[in-house]
Design a protein around this ligand. Structure first.
Ligand code: B12
Ligand SMILES: Nc1nc2c(ncn2[C@@H]2O[C@H](COP(=O)(O)OP(=O)(O)OP(=O)(O)O)[C@@H](O)[C@H]2O)c(=O)[nH]1
Ligand SMILES: [Mg+2]
Length: 414
C-alpha cells in the first residue's frame, strides 16, 4: 500500500535552503479583525518564513518600532476598518523619518481596500495590496520572490536599527566580529544579564513584561533589552515568533525587544543568542538584558549554568506554573538546581498552594538557600512580581525605588 507523503516536505525543500525571510504582521489601531492575519501568519510560517506577530489594535509607532528592532524584510498590515489610506501612509512615513525607509510595507483587507485606494497608497509609499480572492499560494510565492534578501552591514543605520542589523548579521552566521563592529559604540559600563527559562506556557513572556514595567518605573532613565527565543518549525523552517504579542511595555522607547527563531538549534536558544547578548552588552545601552529561552524540558541548560560550555548570563530565573506534574517531575528538572531565582507563576490557580509547598521543599534539598517567588504575572501590580523584581535589582545593582536610587536592602519574597 502506498504511504501518503508528508505534504510539508515539499514546502521545506523550497524554503529551508536560504536565510529565512522575516516579516512583521499587525492589525492597525481601532481594528479587531485578526482572523485574516492569523490565517496569513500560519501560511507564512508553513512556507519557511519567520513571522513576528504584533497583534491587533496596534499604533503606527508600535508597528514602526517593532519593524526596526526586529530588522524585518517587510511589514504586512491587515486592515479592515476603512482607515487604510491614512494609516499605511503614516507607517511608511514613520519608518522613513528614522532612516528606515528601506523596510517596505504591504498589506491586505479583503474588499475594504479597492484598486483605486491601492493607487493612492502606492503613490504614498505602500508597496502593494493583496486583494480579496488572491489565493494564499500566490501571496506566498510573491513574498518569497520579492522580499527575500541577505542582510548586509549598513553604516547608515543608527540607534536601535544598527543594533538590530548587527543581530541579523549574527543570525546569518556572518562573523561575530562583523556584527560587533556594526553595533554602536559603548556608553555605559555594564549590563546585568538574566536568562529566563521554564516550560512552554508557564508565563515567561508575561512575567518578563511585568518585570519590564517595574524596570521602567524604577529606573527612569535606564534601558532594558529583551531577547525572546522561539522555536523554528523543524518541518518548514518557518516560525511564529509570538513573544512580542505579550509585550505591552515594549511599546516604550526605552525597551529594545528582539525575537530570535532557533533555526535548528536544540539548546533552547538561537545559535546567534550568545552573539546577540554580546552585541547588546557591548552597545553599553542597557542596564538590564532579559533573555527568554524557548519552552524548555527537564534536562535543559540553555544558558550554560552548569559549567558545560560558556555561561551566557549573570543570573538565571526559572519559571514554573502549577501544572508541572508531580514530585517526581520536580526532581528531574535540572535547572531547579542551577537557577539563582525560581518563580512559581499562575499563583491565581487553585493548584498553586500545593505547588508552592512542593517546589520550596525541592529547593530546600539543594541547600543553597533558594527562595521561591510566587507570582501572578497575568495580574498588573502583583506584589509577587514586585518582590521578584526587587531580588533581580538587588543581584544586578539596579534601582528598585521610584526615585531611581539604588536599593539598600534586599526585599524578601512573600
Ligand atoms: C470575519 C469578519 C468579522 C469578524 C472578525 C473576526 C476576527 N477576529 O477577525 C467579526 C464578526 C467579529 C467582525 C466584526 C466587525 N466587523 Co467585520 N467582517 C468580517 C468579514 C466577513 C471577513 C474578513 C476576513 O477575515 N476575511 C478573510 C480573509 C482571509 O480574506 P480577505 O478579507 O478576502 O483577504 C484577502 C487579502 O486581502 C489578503 N489579506 C488580508 N489581510 C492581509 C494581510 C497580509 C499581511 C497579507 C499578506 C494579505 C492579507 O488575504 C486574503 C487573500 O485572499 C468582512 C467582510 C469581507 N468579506 O471582507 C467584514 C467586515 C470587514 N467587517 C465590517 C464591520 C463593519 C465590522 C464591525 C464594525 C461590525 C459591528 N458593527 O460590530 C465589527 C468590528 C470588529 C472590530 N473589533 O474591529 C465591515 C467593514 C466595513 C468598512 N471598513 O467600511 C466588513 C467589510 C463587512 C461589511 N461589508 O460591512 N467582522
Ligand atoms: N491565569 C494566569 N495565566 C497566566 C499568568 N501568566 C501568564 N498567563 C497566561 O499563560 C499563557 C502563556 O503565557 P506566556 O507568557 O506566553 O508563556 P511563555 O512561558 O512565555 O510561553 P512560551 O514562550 O510559548 O514558552 C498566556 O495566555 C498568558 O496570558 C498568570 O499568572 N495567571
Ligand atoms: Mg514566551
Amino acid at each position: 500500500m502506498a504511504v501518503a507523503l508528508n505534504p510539508h516536505r515539499a514546502v521545506r525543500s523550497a524554503a529551508v535552503s536560504r536565510v529565512p525571510l522575516r516579516i512583521l504582521t499587525a492589525v492597525p489601531i481601532c481594528d479587531g479583525h485578526d482572523s485574516a492575519v492569523t490565517a496569513i501568519n500560519i501560511e507564512l510560517a508553513r512556507h519557511g518564513i519567520e513571522v513576528i506577530y504584533l497583534g491587533y489594535h496596534q499604533s503606527v509607532s508600535a508597528i514602526a518600532r517593532a519593524a526596526i528592532q526586529e530588522d524585518v524584510n517587510v511589514v504586512g498590515l491587515s486592515s479592515y476598518n476603512g482607515g487604510h489610506i491614512i494609516f499605511f501612509k503614516e507607517v511608511v512615513d514613520r519608518l522613513k523619518q528614522g532612516g528606515n525607509g528601506d523596510i517596505p510595507v504591504f498589506g491586505g483587507g479583503g474588499g475594504t481596500i479597492t484598486k483605486a485606494d491601492e493607487r493612492i497608497m502606492q503613490r504614498q509609499g505602500t508597496d502593494r495590496i493583496f486583494f480579496a480572492g488572491t489565493p494564499f499560494k500566490d501571496i506566498m510565492a510573491l513574498i518569497q520572490r520579492d522580499y527575500a534578501r541577505t542582510a548586509k552591514p549598513n553604516a547608515k543605520f543608527k540607534g536601535d536599527r544598527a543594533l538590530a542589523r548587527a543581530i541579523t548579521l549574527a543570525e546569518q552566521n556572518l562573523a561575530t566580529r562583523h556584527s560587533l563592529r556594526a553595533a554602536p559604540a559603548q556608553k555605559r559600563a555594564r549590563s546585568f544579564v538574566v536568562g529566563v527559562a521554564g516550560p512552554g506556557g508557564a508565563g515567561k513572556s508575561t512575567l518578563i513584561d511585568e518585570l519590564t514595567s517595574r524596570f521602567l518605573l524604577k529606573n527612569p532613565s535606564g534601558r532594558i533589552a529583551i531577547l525572546a527565543n522561539d522555536p523554528s518549525h523543524p518541518d518548514t523552517g518557518g516560525a511564529i515568533l509570538g513573544d512580542r504579542v505579550s509585550a505591552i511595555y515594549a511599546q516604550d522607547d526605552r525597551v529594545f525587544f528582539r525575537s530570535l527563531a532557533t533555526r535548528g538549534s536544540l539548546t533552547g536558544l538561537s545559535a546567534a543568542a550568545p552573539a546577540a547578548i554580546e552585541i547588546l552588552k557591548r552597545s553599553g545601552e542597557f542596564d538590564l538584558i532579559l533573555v527568554e529561552s524557548v519552552g524548555v524540558g527537564q534536562e535543559s541548560d540553555p544558558f550554560g549554568s552548569f559549567g558545560h560550555g560558556r555561561c551566557l548570563t549573570d543570573a538565571v530565573l526559572f519559571v514554573l506554573a502549577p501544572h508541572y506534574g508531580g514530585l517526581i517531575q520536580l526532581q528531574k528538572i535540572a535547572l531547579l538546581n542551577g537557577a539563582d531565582l525560581v518563580a512559581l507563576n499562575k499563583c491565581d490557580h487553585p493548584m498553586a498552594r500545593t505547588a508552592k509547598a512542593e517546589i520550596q521543599a525541592r529547593l530546600n534539598q539543594n541547600g543553597r538557600g533558594q527562595l521561591l517567588h510566587s507570582t501572578t504575572a497575568a495580574k498588573h501590580f502583583d506584589s509577587g512580581v514586585d518582590a521578584l523584581f526587587a531580588a533581580i535589582a538587588q543581584l544586578g545593582g539596579l534601582s528598585n525605588s521610584s526615585g531611581g536610587e539604588k536599593p539598600c536592602q534586599l526585599e524578601v519574597a512573600p
